[in-house]
Write a protein that binds this ligand. Structure first.
Ligand code: Q0Z
Length: 330
């Protein structure tokens, strides 16, 4: 007999909660708590209420795409599903390095966002972006050219653009609410987090995650030039329990990382983005001044870009993208 049916005693608060909730809410019933350029976070409070355990969150990836920091009005079909599938792949592959926030890609996920949403544990996020670089490019290349260092780490003389570094480096940044994150050194991260030993664990886990992923990617024809992680603390007990370090947000996706095709890699200049290069090339040639609003993307560029995202999934996860769609279908 069911838990509710067994007793004639009045239901406990817990039983009332369980009995009153629907198994899965629809998206419009959930409070939006954070919105990024291409993703949203919803509060699942009341959906899975367990006294003493913080209610989970729902992270939803859209099909929106940004180039040059501006979001285009044209979606890339399945981009949100590719990125969500890749995050899940990496969460599973790296769970032995560090715990992560993933609860489920199916249970509790509203039908309308199946495949592109994850139910995750609510964390107390650390106020630093944990960037790891294995190659010298982007803002790291600019800083190196200006100072010979990145994030307070002195690098060898004579590095050329896009060159592989002797070893991966941890180059944290602040989390800006608006505008760009500001590069800081390790001591700056320690000051923000307020716990040196914790920050050392975060740095070491970040470098281990990057090294593992870069090796896997390269074996599949992709260079992982750099990536960004976000960590949080999870209080497992209702009160007074230990705070566990947990990997959150999205991980090792093309939106949080720079993936380059290994084929054609050449030092001495910038490398094409594995996923966004068609859009960037088209946007540059279109005469757009790269200031918002971003222009609509033509059909053939959308199709080519979608194919690159699917190819990234299949190369990294080592399975047809259809397998992800099948596993997460309502
Ligand atoms: C991450 C963000 C996004 C906008 C909140 N597990 C967690 N616990 C608590 N907070 C977060 C997470 Cl992932 C959390 N963000 C960043 C993500 C849209 C902002 F999809 N915000």
């Amino acid at each position: 007999m069911s838990e509710r049916g067994r007793s004639s005693a009045p239901p406990s608060d817990r039983q009332a909660l369980v009995a009153s909730r629907r198994v899965t809410a629809t998206l419009d019933e959930l409070p939006l708590i954070a919105r990024g350029k291409v993703r949203e976070v919803y509060d699942m409070e009341g959906v899975e209420g367990i006294p003493g355990v913080p209610p989970p969150l729902l992270m939803v990836a859209s099909d929106r795409i940004s180039t040059y920091d501006a979001v285009h009005p044209t979606p890339i079909p399945d981009k949100g599903k590719v990125l969500t599938g890749l995050s899940v792949f990496w969460f599973a592959k790296t769970a032995g390095i560090v715990a992560n926030h993933l609860i489920s890609a199916t249970d509790g996920v509203p039908d309308e966002v199946r495949g592109r949403a994850l139910v995750v544990r609510r964390l107390q996020m650390l106020p630093v972006e944990c960037v790891v670089r294995g190659y010298i490019t982007g803002s790291g290349w600019k800083d190196y050219q200006a100072t010979g260092s990145v994030s307070g780490i002195a690098l060898p003389d004579g590095l050329r653009e896009s060159e592989r570094l002797p070893e991966p480096i941890f180059t944290p940044s602040t989390k800006a609410d608006v505008g760009h994150d500001e590069a800081i050194d390790f001591e700056g991260a320690v000051a923000l987090v307020g716990d040196r030993v914790l920050m050392e664990r975060v740095r070491d886990a970040s470098i281990e995650l990057y090294s593992f992923a870069a090796e896997h990617a390269l074996a599949n024809g992709l260079i992982l030039a750099d990536t960004k992680f976000e960590f949080g603390l999870y209080q497992s007990e209702p009160a007074g329990g230990a705070h566990a370090l947990v990997l959150g947000d999205e991980v090792l996706t093309p939106d949080s990382s720079r993936y380059w095709p290994a084929d054609g890699y050449e030092v001495g200049h910038g490398q094409p983005s594995f996923d966004k290069q068609y859009v960037r090339d088209w946007a540059s040639a279109s005469g757009w001044d790269k200031k918002p609003p971003a222009p609509p993307i033509p059909e053939d560029v959308v199709a080519g870009t979608r194919a690159r995202y699917v190819e990234a999934y299949e190369r990294i996860a080592g399975e047809p993208f259809q397998a992800w769609l099948d596993r997460t279908a309502p």
